[in-house]
Ligand binder design. Structure first.
Ligand SMILES: [Zn+2]
Length: 344
């Protein structure tokens, strides 16, 4: 049996986790964290090296008070180019199979009520999101089918180009133009259907186009503060203010390179640096626009967090710094659920 959901703090609804990509074979070989089962406790498995334990599985999520997440369907560049539709279906099927084997402890959620019911039953609430709209064609017909399957959040692009938008490049060069005509149509269609739009990974021109085009609140599922760490993937003050004015929220990403002022891939990032991102957003735009966006199993995170059980370390520090219970509840799940209630 699984441990009950830890209630030291309100359940965390995390903006972004890559476990489904991380635990499955990649291109015939297992990825760096490959070969795990999401339903088994990798932390307790002494046959696995520390790096192979990953950041999250169901037992650790429950012990860590991680109530659920936007489960990312992420495609490598090769998969996005070769057959994104097939790979997206493949990954979604993997998520459904986890739910099937979980005896009700891992649930695919499509409504806010689904999420709350999961928590009432000590279950993990998984919401499908696409990190890049590569599986959607010009006709947008796939969007309807994916919506029916549970898709509730969509980023028009990852750090590459799609027919809808261009991402921020991690290296190399991508166009600096905004949404394409089709990208604008995609935004309107997501508004109409009730799919939350995500601006993490899109370039600045695309970000501002989304702010202009969307009639609904927009979120950044996993981005951090540019004023602290000047990485291209982070948001500047003007972007955070625009997201807030639109009623959205941003999930702080735990990637060392997005947290550290020196942007180094170094795991000795201090808790002080991690928490400074939360404080910065709260001071700039208020407690209604800050959330978690861990990027668990998608990146290298600070040693002081370690894995899903480290969420409480951050929350205890926020509390020590004077965050009210209400502000903590909003960061844990209230802000994402407010947007979900408005959009879904
Ligand atoms: Zn990402």
């Amino acid at each position: 049996m699984y441990p009950p959901l830890n209630r030291e703090f309100p359940p965390v609804l995390d903006g972004h986790e890559d476990f489904i990509t991380a635990i499955k074979p990649r291109g015939g070989a297992f990825g760096p964290r490959g070969g795990r089962d999401f339903l088994s406790d990798a932390a307790a498995d002494d046959s696995k090296k520390a790096d192979a334990k990953g950041h999250v599985d169901l037992p650790r999520a429950m012990r860590g008070g991680l109530g659920g997440c936007f489960t990312s369907i992420y495609l490598t560049n090769e998969r996005a180019e070769y057959n994104p539709l097939a790979y997206a279906i493949d990954e979604m099927n993997d998520v459904f199979r986890i739910a099937d084997r979980s005896e009700g402890h891992f649930r695919i959620c499509r409504t806010v009520a689904d999420v709350r019911a999961a928590w009432d039953n000590n279950a993990f609430a998984s919401v499908f999101m696409f990190e890049g709209a590569d599986p959607i064609s010009w006709s947008l017909k796939e969007l309807r089918v994916f919506y029916e399957a549970g898709l509730r959040c969509l980023a028009p692009t990852w750090s590459r180009s799609t027919i809808f938008a261009h991402g921020v490049a991690f290296g190399g060069h991508l166009p600096e133009t905004g949404l394409t005509d089709l990208g604008r149509e995609l935004v309107h269609e997501c508004n109409r259907m009730g799919i939350i739009l995500d601006v993490s990974h899109i370039n600045p021109a695309g970000f501002w186009d989304m702010i202009r085009e969307s009639s609904a609140p927009i979120i950044a599922t996993h981005s951090s503060v540019k004023a602290i760490s000047p990485h291209v993937r982070n948001l500047d003050d003007a972007q955070m203010k625009a997201l807030a004015e639109k009623g959205g929220t941003m999930g702080i990403n735990f990637a060392n390179i997005f947290l550290r002022p020196d942007m180094q891939a170094n795991r000795d990032t201090s808790l002080d640096v991690v928490v400074s991102h939360f404080d910065y957003v709260k001071n700039l735009v208020g407690e209604d626009h800050i959330s978690f966006g861990s990027d668990f199993d998608g990146t290298d995170i600070p040693e002081c967090i370690g894995d899903a059980e480290g969420l409480a370390v951050i929350l205890r520090e926020l509390k020590r710094r004077g965050w009210s219970d209400t502000a903590i509840e909003k960061a844990c799940n209230g802000n994402f659920l407010r947007v979900a209630a408005a959009v879904w």
